[in-house]
Ligand binder design. Sequence first.
Ligand SMILES: *Cc1c(COP(=O)(O)O)cnc(C)c1O
Length: 380
Amino acid sequence: MNQHTQQAIPFIDLGAQRRRIGAAMDAAVLRVVNHCQFVNGPEVAQFEADLAAFCGARHVVSCASGTDALLMVLMAKGIKPGDAVFCPSFTFCATGEVVALTGATPVFVDVDETTFNIDPASLARGIATAMKLGLAPRAVIPVDLFGQSADHDAVAEVARSHGLFVLDDAAQGFGATYKGRRLGAFGLATATSFFPAKPLGCYGDGGAIFTDDADLAETLRSVRVHGQGSDKYDNVRLGLTARLDTMQAAVLIEKLKIFQDEIDARNRVAARYNAALADVVKVPQVVPGNVSVWAQYTIRLPHQDRDGFAARLKALGVPTAIYYPKSLHQQTAYRQYPVAEGGLPVSERLSADVISLPMHAYLDAATQDRVIAAVRSALA
Ligand SMILES: *Cc1c(COP(=O)(O)O)cnc(C)c1O
């Protein structure tokens, strides 16, 4: 093995993007440093307008993180103890955490075996479970996991028949489309995250909420700043300090300009992986008509020692990650919350056999070929 093939491959290469837009980014950040409006600077409103134009949502409320985005919607809607909020168990912890933080009860439901997204039949069973427990079903939080949209039409149908509102957790899926429409327009509201490793990431923490409901948007702007009323020393409800920094907005304005191009590049990388690996592992599947943003490229190894596989790849300089080794209902912090009747066997199987490969918009063919060769040799 020569020096080149032994060099470790990054899981996500943020430096490659920096090399592409470095000069414009430096100028954008310097403008903020010079005008000194670090909170509520002009870039924040500009970025909110750019996001609205990008995804078609009527109102955009930027905020400090994806977790705050989810929590703010639940707070604005008055979610409280005794309420049940349904979410998939196979997700990042923040999806369930925000429900518990309001004092409401997260009720975990199972996911679909091919898309890894919320299973509408399990959602219906979860609603029955909640009612038997004397909880009031209020909301569902579908997740667009790994960058692929959940089945929003099917979720909406179950939600409508039980009077639930839908809060889409698009922290991994912002930029993706469902039946030809961008995420941000499904349900009552959509939350996303600009954590650096997300498909559209900033240089720290950030998030945003999308909604077509003007009253909700106004309440969210109040919740974002300590529940302010006519001004910040008039407090009409509980709130947070959850603003997006001007500096992050400036960074995101520049990154949004190249986001569609990066989504296209991620799809080319995913297509190459699919073509090269479909005969040896279960490759991810995107529902026809949807476009994923490939927050992760996640394969399944049903009959393999996953730790051994990861160790063999690591020895070949190829990093991997496991999203998620435990589903939420298997986590210490969430074990006491109810799960949908029938249990969550798919979430448990996925937690046992998924593994994610390096995925970003700047993964060149030669480097990707090294990953592919390593995966094939680690399975042999
Ligand atoms: C990252 C993520 C969040 C939380 O976003 P932060 O900006 O890190 O707070 C919420 N839900 C999902 C599915 C995520 O992947």
